[in-house]
Design a protein around this ligand. Structure first.
Ligand code: ADP
Length: 445
């Protein structure tokens, strides 16, 4: 028992999404009953049929309500399904997840009892969401097993998942837990992790064919997380197809990613100045710290929102603000790193299912999370960097839909610097919030 606890504790230490609140993230779980969304659908005249996908896959794409591929899908899918390595940067919310999900499923032949597709995500919610996307698109394909692993859950349960006679063909996970499973031995699930390569790893990657890193700049930016990914990579025997994705990627990161790949197809759908989201209305609101709550109250009262995400800079502020909003009769949920894992997923799902309309979150929730009904993002605290701003506001205006982003900015030099940086880098003018905002301008008809 004690060993299991110890293992779990160790696992927590290597699970980075817990400690990493300063940055943002984004992606998507199955959007049931998806409708035609945004303007982008109209731009591309070709259909998914032109990609010659499996009939079962095309059916699932149709069920998801996808009529036409987005630009990034048009560019990437035809190449990705031939097995080429792909390094792709494209703006938030334009369907990067479907690129690797569809491409992997198209190529997958689930005849072996082994992990054939490995997807690394930097947060647990994102990993969970990607698993749901695989489920959504594989529902008409028979015999495909998909599972997800992340820290904060008992290690032996995950060891059981990746051993035995029902090994998932597609495994999605956070780096810490995945490496833990590579290091854990099959025969001694409760023993201390030796890390010796001579042990039979619980997670066997000998048959791996596709290796995906989502939000790759985020996953590889910190040395310790990068090290984990490299270590996981070391367990792979034959070079798989590698696909990496992000909305933001500087040139050093690009070079680093390319070192892991073989003549990758590099797809940069937009340069940075075009990364800003066109359906998104953006304003700043200059305030003193002490005026933020009143202004927030005011905004929530006046503006029409389907769902709103309010970003703050720390877990303690998330807790405090969520408590305050609940007391003010704005039913609110919050997600931050100090919460138990089950609780985090529970909140995420409840929000996704529209059981709550307001969420307070840290940057943990900033990247990759795709919640269709979110049409307003409020930066209660200014993000620390322009990347983080872009990812946060990208939670609204998904797939070319309309949305509104309001950023509270104080007099501090830091806040001013970030706001200027955002405007310069993404070539966008963010004006001061007017007294009245016409709801037509941020609500989809
Ligand atoms: P990204 O990874 O680029 O940030 P996502 O993969 O999360 O974007 O996709 C954003 C949203 O757009 C999701 O809800 C997804 O289901 C939806 N979507 C993706 N591709 C299409 C498409 N071709 N047609 C309609 N909706 C799409």
């Amino acid at each position: 028992m004690a060993t299991t606890d110890q293992q779990q504790h160790e696992e927590e230490l290597v699970d980075y999404d817990e400690e990493d609140q300063d940055q943002t993230a984004e992606k998507d779980v199955a959007a049931d009953g998806a409708q035609k969304r945004g303007n982008y659908v109209a731009i591309h005249s070709s259909g998914f049929r032109d990609f010659f996908l499996k009939a079962e896959l095309l059916r699932a794409i149709g069920d998801a309500g996808f009529e036409h591929p987005s630009e990034v899908q048009n560019e990437c899918i035809p190449q990705a399904i031939t097995g080429s390595d792909i390094l792709c940067q494209a703006k938030s919310g334009m369907g990067k997840t479907a690129v690797f999900v569809i491409s992997a499923l198209q190529q997958l032949n689930p005849t072996e009892n082994a992990v054939l597709v490995l997807v690394i995500a930097h947060t647990r919610e994102l990993a969970f969401q990607i698993k749901n996307e695989f489920d959504r698109f594989s529902k008409h394909l028979s015999g495909i097993r998909t599972d997800v692993v992340y820290g904060g859950t008992p290690v032996p349960v995950d060891i059981a998942k990746v051993t035995g006679d029902k090994i998932p063909h597609i495994l999605i996970g956070t780096p810490g837990r995945l490496l833990g499973l590579c290091k854990a031995t099959k025969d001694a699930p409760r023993g201390p992790r030796t890390g010796r390569m001579t042990d039979t790893p619980a997670l066997n990657l000998d048959k791996l064919k596709h290796f995906v890193i989502d939000e790759c700049d985020k996953v590889l930016e910190k040395l310790d997380m990068r090290q984990d990914v490299m270590n996981i990579y070391g367990y792979i025997k034959r070079k798989p197809q590698i696909m990496m994705f992000s909305a933001t990627m500087n040139s050093e990161m690009r070079d680093l990613c390319k070192k892991m790949m073989q003549n990758p197809l590099e797809i940069f759908v937009d340069d940075e100045t075009k990364l800003t989201l066109h359906g998104l209305l953006q304003y700043y609101c200059k305030l003193k710290e002490s005026e933020k709550n009143r202004k927030l109250n005011d905004i929530l009262d006046k503006l029409e929102f389907n769902q709103v995400i309010i970003f703050v800079k720390s877990a303690s502020r998330a807790q405090a603000l969520s408590k305050l909003l609940n007391e003010c009769n704005f039913p609110t949920v919050c997600i931050h790193a100090n919460m138990k894992q089950e609780e985090r997923i529970k909140m995420y799902l409840a929000f996704k299912k529209f059981e709550h309309r307001i969420m307070v979150a840290t940057d943990l929730f900033g990247r990759g999370i795709d919640i269709e009904r979110v049409n307003i993002v409020i930066n209660y605290d200014m993000p620390e960097a322009s990347d983080s701003y872009l990812h946060r506001v990208g939670r609204a205006g998904r797939f070319g839909t309309k949305g509104l982003a309001i950023t509270f900015t104080t007099d501090s030099e830091e806040d001013k610097r970030v706001l200027e940086d955002v405007q310069r880098r993404f070539d966008v003018k963010i004006p001061e919030m007017p007294d009245h905002i016409d709801s037509q301008s941020y609500i989809n008809a």
